[in-house]
Design a protein around this ligand. Structure first.
Ligand code: GRF
Length: 210
């Protein structure tokens, strides 16, 4: 990992239990010189992620996903460099994508964690869909967010194997363990300025090389 020379300010958008948000806040607490979680924003009140944010002393906001102007006003105020979606069960709007658009990078500085090896199994219930489809290899993807549903370029991906005696629970447990490792790694790459789009041999992809 190359050196992180500035603290990266991020907001986390989440709708649920918040285990990924917790890992990011733990990292920020341990390395405040690398990462600052300026706020956790949820579209739902009384979800676990809000309690976790309070535990870490991170500001929380509940914003109805239909009110993009409220979300944008908050972004103007908080000035995060990146938005990290962690179990945010909504698509972000065009105004949000535009707010985080970085012309020099050629993408919006928004990332998401998804419980499958995209482009397989986009949308909700990634582990369940992969498990029920009988895949031998499943995985987790951290990707850039664009206007599509889980269609942005992959930043990091890691796979795991299905064992014959896996239940959906044991299968998902393997994936969740990977999630909690690779999301923080992707954020560290962003903090180190190592998330870049490259076009080579006819394909555009994210390079995280130094
Ligand atoms: C994770 O499985 C993530 O991959 C998906 O939503 C879930 C969020 O879990 N996008 P948590 O709220 O971070 O525990």
């Amino acid at each position: 990992m190359s050196k992180i020379t500035n603290t990266l300010p991020i907001v986390i958008l989440a709708s649920g239990t918040g285990t990924n948000a917790r890992v990011l806040m733990e990292y920020a607490k341990e390395y405040p010189e690398h990462l600052k979680v300026v706020a956790v924003i949820s579209d739902r009140p009384e979800v676990g992620v809000l309690a976790i944010a309070k535990e870490f002393g991170v500001a929380t906001y509940i914003v109805d996903h239909r009110s993009e102007s409220t979300l944008l006003a908050l972004m103007q105020k908080l000035k995060p460099s990146w938005a990290c979606l962690a179990g945010y069960k909504r698509k972000v709007g065009q105004g949000f994508l535009d707010h985080f658009w970085d012309a020099s990078l050629g993408f919006s500085r928004i990332m998401n964690i998804h419980p499958s090896l995209l482009p397989a199994f986009p949308g909700l219930n990634g582990y369940k869909s992969a498990f029920e489809a009988g895949v031998k290899v499943a995985g987790v993807t951290v990707h850039l967010v664009d206007a599509g549903l889980d269609t942005g370029k992959t930043i990091l991906q890691e796979c795991f194997e299905r064992d014959d005696d896996d239940t959906l629970e044991t299968f998902e447990k393997k994936g969740r363990k990977i999630e909690h490792k690779i999301y923080v790694n992707a954020v560290k790459l962003a903090a180190a300025g190592r998330v870049r789009l490259v076009t080579k041999n006819g394909a555009t992809f994210v390079s995280t090389e130094k």
